[in-house]
Design a protein around this ligand. Sequence first.
Ligand code: IMP
Ligand code: MG
Length: 202
Amino acid sequence: MLIRTKIRYYFHIFAPVNCSKEAIMKEIRIIDKTFRELISEEAINNRINEIAEQINNDLQGKDVVFLGILNGAFLFAADLFRKIKFESRISFIKLASYKGTSSTGSIKELIGWNEDIKSKTVVVIEDIVDTGNTLERVFGELVIRKASEIRIATLLFKPAAYQKDIHLEYTGFEIPNDFVVGYGLDYDGFGRNLPSIYTLVK
Ligand code: IMP
Ligand code: MG
């Protein structure tokens, strides 16, 4: 009994070294699905530094409001914004679905506006641009509210899924059209706290 326990104990300690450490360390399970690391924490951090530098060069001297789209963009927005060197503000909005009274089905309402963005340069901060529906909805609202300039910063972009032609000025990574989690993105509410981005193992 004692020997069996000891063997299990030592296997537990040495298994990651002997049985492909990479494979074990970089695969995770969330609810019923397995995900594999796609973009490391270090790569994300390096890319955010580059994007921040670009924004610092491009928008220095303008009246800028950063606008994070909740929930997914909260980490990217925080990490990007702390690297912005000029005076600027940040605000967040959220898309809420509710059932319309007509038969048109679900309608996305933008909630949480507390910033006057009229005549300002707005940098929309998104976690991921997939079909572009969310972005189009936000963009339209910014036009109505008379932003003088609208720029998009998205950490991830799925070109194969994108159906709009709104230009994305600051893109972190182009990724395949597969489901991803981590660094703010979720699977059924979980996985947002992962420091890297993970892709679904099929
Ligand atoms: P879009 O409106 O189709 O561009 O999708 C935008 C939103 O869908 C993003 O802001 C995410 O919240 C969510 N989304 C799209 N693709 C993924 C994914 O691969 N993983 C997690 N969430 C995603
Ligand atoms: Mg989102």
